[in-house]
Design a protein around this ligand. Structure first.
Ligand SMILES: *Cc1c(COP(=O)(O)O)cnc(C)c1O
Length: 342
C-alpha cells in the first residue's frame, strides 16, 4: 500500500528521472578526488550558493558537525539558539566530535535577541573564559518559519565585527529561498559556511552539502575522513543530488501551497489549533485542544492510508512534499475531521 506519508519530507524517494540518471552516472574513487560526478555536484552547489567550494557529505548532521569541527577549537563555545537542530536532534555530537560547548540562547522560533547575542560573545582574554568559536543559525527553522534576511544580515554584521564565523544550518534553504522569493545565495551570503540537504524535499535518496571558502572546505574534507565520511564511487548518489538541484529546487512553492491549503482546511475542524501565518515552508504544526488518545489518532489515520508522527511537545507536525498533492491534502483533512468529530 502506498501511504500518504506526512511524517517528513525525508520520506521522498528518488524520482524516475533521478533513478535513470543514477544508472548512467560516471564514477571514480572520490577519496582520490576521481569521481567526476561528485566533482560536478560540489562545483554546482558552490556556484548556486555563491561560495568558493563545497563538500558532499552523507547526512545533514555530518555537514553541521563537520562545520563546527572545522570552525572551532576544543573548549570553544558554540553560540546557538536553544531550539536548533544541532542542539535538539544531533545526539550531543558537538561534545563528542569537536569538544565544543553549546552556549544556548533563548529562542523565539529560532530567532534570538541580537543584543543578547552580542553580549554573549567572549574572546577568552580572561584566563577563566572560554572563547566563542562559532555562531550557529538555522533557516528555514524547524518550526517551519523562515527568518527575514534583515535579521540574518544584522546577526552576521555582529559576528563579523567580532571576527566570529557564522554557520548556517540550511537543511531546507531552498524552501526558505522560495518563501523569501530570493536566490538561495542571498540567504547564504550571511554565513561563512552553509549546510543544506539534498535528501529532504528535493527527493535525493542520500546526501547533503557543506559550502564555504576553499580553505575551509579543504580542512573539512580532511575532517570528513576522520569521521569516516570519505566515500568511494559515490557519483551514483551525487548524480541524484545534481538532478535534485536542477529539477527539484524550483518547485518547492507547490509544497508550501499544499501545506497552506492543509492548514486552511483543518483550521475549521473544532478543537484544532493551527496558525496558517506561520506556514512558511512545507510544514504545518497543529495542536489538538481536546482530550484525545494520540496513539488512537495515529492508528486511525494509518487505517486510512495516512502516516503521521506522534506529537512532539504537544504538537503534530504534518509535512508536505513532492508526493503530496491537493487530493492527498483533502483526504488528510477529511480523515482528521472524521476522527475529531467522533
Ligand atoms: C534534517 C535536518 C538536519 C540533519 O539532516 P540529516 O540528513 O537527517 O542528518 C539538520 N538540520 C535541520 C534543520 C534538519 O531539518
Amino acid at each position: 500500500m502506498k501511504y500518504i506519508d506526512l511524517r517528513s519530507d525525508t520520506v521522498t524517494w528518488p524520482t524516475e528521472e533521478m533513478r535513470k540518471a543514477m544508472m548512467d552516472a560516471e564514477v571514480g574513487d572520490d577519496v582520490y578526488g576521481d569521481d567526476p560526478t561528485v566533482n560536478r555536484l560540489e562545483k554546482m552547489a558552490a556556484q548556486i550558493l555563491n561560495k568558493e567550494a563545497a563538500l558532499f557529505v552523507p547526512t545533514g548532521t555530518m555537514g553541521n558537525q563537520l562545520a563546527i569541527f572545522t570552525h572551532i577549537n576544543r573548549g570553544d563555545e558554540v553560540i546557538i539558539p536553544e531550539d536548533n537542530h544541532i542542539v535538539v536532534h544531533e545526539t550531543g555530537a558537538v561534545a563528542i566530535i569537536s569538544g565544543g560547548n553549546l552556549r544556548c540562547l533563548p529562542s523565539e522560533k529560532g530567532m534570538v535577541d541580537l543584543d543578547r547575542l552580542r553580549r554573549t560573545i567572549r574572546f577568552g582574554q580572561d584566563i577563566h573564559e572560554p572563547r566563542t568559536g562559532v555562531i550557529c543559525i538555522e533557516n528555514a527553522h524547524s518550526t517551519g518559519v523562515v527568518h527575514p534576511l534583515s535579521y540574518m544580515q544584522e546577526l552576521y554584521t555582529i559576528a563579523k565585527e567580532n571576527h566570529i564565523p557564522v554557520h548556517l544550518d540550511g537543511a531546507r534553504i531552498f524552501n526558505a529561498a522560495s518563501y523569501l522569493k530570493v536566490e538561495a545565495s542571498e540567504i547564504a551570503r550571511y554565513a561563512d559556511s552553509v549546510m543544506f540537504c539534498l535528501s529532504k524535499g528535493l527527493c535525493a535518496p542520500i546526501g547533503s552539502i557543506l559550502t564555504g571558502t576553499k580553505e575551509f572546505i579543504d580542512a573539512a574534507r580532511r575532517k570528513r575522513k576522520i569521521l569516516g565520511g570519505g566515500m568511494r564511487q559515490v557519483g551514483i548518489i551525487a548524480q541524484a543530488g545534481i538532478t535534485a538541484l536542477e529539477k527539484m529546487t524550483k518547485r518547492l512553492s507547490e509544497d508550501r501551497e499544499n501545506a497552506l491549503y492543509l492548514a486552511e482546511l483543518i483550521k475549521t475542524i473544532p478543537g484544532v489549533e493551527v496558525h496558517p501565518e506561520d506556514v512558511h515552508i512545507n510544514m504545518v504544526f497543529m495542536k489538538i485542544n481536546k482530550a484525545i488518545d494520540s496513539s488512537g489518532l495515529t492508528e486511525a489515520l494509518k487505517k486510512e492510508g495516512i502516516l503521521i508522527n506522534p506529537p512532539e511537545n504537544g504538537k503534530l507536525r504534518l509535512v508536505t512534499h513532492y508526493y503530496i498533492g491537493r487530493a492527498e491534502v483533502e483526504k488528510v483533512a477529511e480523515a482528521l475531521n472524521t476522527f475529531l468529530s467522533n
